[in-house]
Design a protein around this ligand. Structure first.
Ligand SMILES: [Fe+2]
Length: 498
């Protein structure tokens, strides 16, 4: 194992190349329209300190860079499942890394932020992020995969001054449950001990860790946050996120006022005041010594609410953010001599890889309700089963049937035929998770939905094949056209903001 001090010094060297940004926004190019959002800010005499832009087409990101030369940009990647033991063996891994590097370069990005989470595992696909297994073996795999991606960034995203963007790993939200054998802070400590990455601490995600682990039954939120921050590698946190939380539409608001709400990560929703209290606690912690930026994560949120929340957050937290960014560790002379190179990771042995592959296959089958809860990493989940039950019975089927494309809206005619035959759409959920499937393209949930629904209908009602294929073809065409139209709308918007 490489000396953790060496790793940390490499991190500090890379960190020094990242200018302090202060408060900004984490945004999507399209929802809400980024050009409209920035114009609205300008009309009010405001400018975000920086923008972290979510993955979009490379053309769209290039246009954002060109239209906003005065705003520092960072990149929020997606679709690189670094939690997975086989990700580097995927036929699309090189292509996905190449796309990430290209998009980093298009934005002239400060860093690459990616969730420590996945939407695909062991041949099973989901619509939203699922957290990793919190086990030592899983942490080892994450570090190994980050190391490979950082090396690619060092080679292909190197700037003229010799520096390259830094990989930041974001602690993901919990959606009702967490599986593992170790505390979450220890997991991230294992990762950062092996690879010189930074971290993103999302305050809302931290709230969900309190809510969906035993902590909420043991200690107060304030105590939990205090203990968590003492144990988490806070000295690696480069960026903080804060965003909305809400009850999921498949669950609804709680009837009584008892207990904590069943909130999950929800960027369109208002930021609850409790998160600002937590933010204050985080910013005041003496171990927060590497902070460069704090973003309100506002994709899918109405523009009015974004402006209102940003103004209030800057008014309330700007001095504290400045203080936190000024807190630095002593930089050793030694670092001047060190090469900026990611240490080569020990290769994963075959049995570790096989073990984790099996663990993730069981993970996917458990959370989709295909098999019962079993295994050491599921003990705590089994002890408090209501969270997993919520995920299995409400959340995951909503995701397959409605999220990222409502099936009855996508395939109106075919769904009518299925209804006439007495075939309930929930059968499609079982079909979706019936068996693992080899990946046929880089992750795209909408295209995957079309592909799987065609297979489902062809199997259940073979005589409807022509109908479902026609509807599928129209959807694919509209999807491709929408991307092209999106590009030309971007072009017009760019002219307008010049
Ligand atoms: Fe986040």
């Amino acid at each position: 194992m490489v000396d953790p001090d060496f790793i940390h010094q490499d991190f500090e060297r890379r960190l020094r190349e990242i200018p302090k940004q202060g408060m900004g926004l984490s945004v999507d190019v399209y929802t809400p329209d980024l050009f409209e959002l920035v114009n609205r800010f300008r009309e009010q005499g405001l400018q975000p300190g920086y923008l972290e832009v979510f993955k979009a087409t490379t053309t769209a990101l290039t246009r954002v860079r060109q239209a906003m030369p005065d705003i520092p940009l960072a990149y929020h990647g997606d679709g690189l499942w670094i939690t997975q033991p086989d990700v580097q063996a995927s036929p699309f891994f090189q292509q996905d890394v190449y796309e990430i590097v290209t998009q980093l370069n298009s934005l002239q990005s400060l860093w690459l932020n990616h969730e420590c989470a996945m939407k695909q595992m062991a041949g099973y696909s989901f619509g939203t992020y699922v957290p990793p297994l919190y086990t030592p073996l899983s942490a080892k795999v994450v570090a190994h995969n980050i190391s490979t991606v950082q090396q690619a960034m060092d080679r292909q995203s190197r700037r003229s001054d010799g520096t390259a963007p830094l990989f930041l790993l974001e602690m993901p939200p919990l959606t009702y449950f967490a599986a593992g054998t170790m505390p979450i802070p220890d997991f991230f400590r294992l990762v950062t001990a092996s690879v010189p990455c930074g971290l993103v601490l999302d305050i809302g995600h931290l709230w969900t860790v309190y809510r969906y682990t035993a902590a909420c039954r043991r200690v107060s939120l304030e105590q939990f946050v205090g203990q968590f921050l003492d144990e988490f590698p806070l000295e690696r946190v480069v960026e903080i996120h804060i965003a909305g939380l809400a009850c999921h539409e498949s669950v609804g608001e709680p009837k009584g006022g008892e207990g904590l709400p069943e909130w999950i990560d929800a960027h369109a929703a208002p930021i609850p005041s409790i998160l600002f209290t937590m933010l204050e606690q985080v910013l005041s912690h003496s171990n927060l010594v590497s902070l460069r930026a704090v973003a309100l994560e506002v994709d899918t949120k109405p523009i009015e609410m974004i402006v209102e929340e940003y103004v209030e957050a800057v008014r309330r937290f700007s001095p504290l953010v400045q203080q936190a960014m000024a807190r630095e560790t002593a930089v050793t002379q030694l670092m001047e001599l060190m090469p900026c190179q990611v240490p080569v990771q020990e290769p994963l042995c075959r049995s570790d890889r096989r073990q984790l592959r099996d663990d993730y296959a069981r993970y996917a089958q458990i959370i989709s309700g295909q098999v019962s809860v079993t295994g050491p990493e599921w003990q705590d989940v089994a002890a408090e089963a209501s969270g997993l039950t919520r995920y299995r019975t409400s959340y995951v089927s909503h995701e397959i049937l409605h999220w990222g494309g409502d099936l009855t809206g996508m395939f109106p005619q075919t769904c009518r035929i299925l209804a006439d035959r007495g075939i309930c759409l929930t059968e499609f959920v079982s079909f979706w998770f019936r068996s693992p499937r080899p990946l046929t393209h880089s992750y795209d949930f909408f295209l995957l939905k079309i592909e799987r629904f065609l297979e489902f209908v062809t199997e259940r009602v073979p005589e409807s094949r022509v109908c479902v294929e026609q509807e599928g073809a129209m959807l694919r065409l509209a999807y491709a056209q929408a991307n092209e139209v999106g590009e030309s709308v971007m072009e017009m918007e760019m002219e307008r903001t010049r």
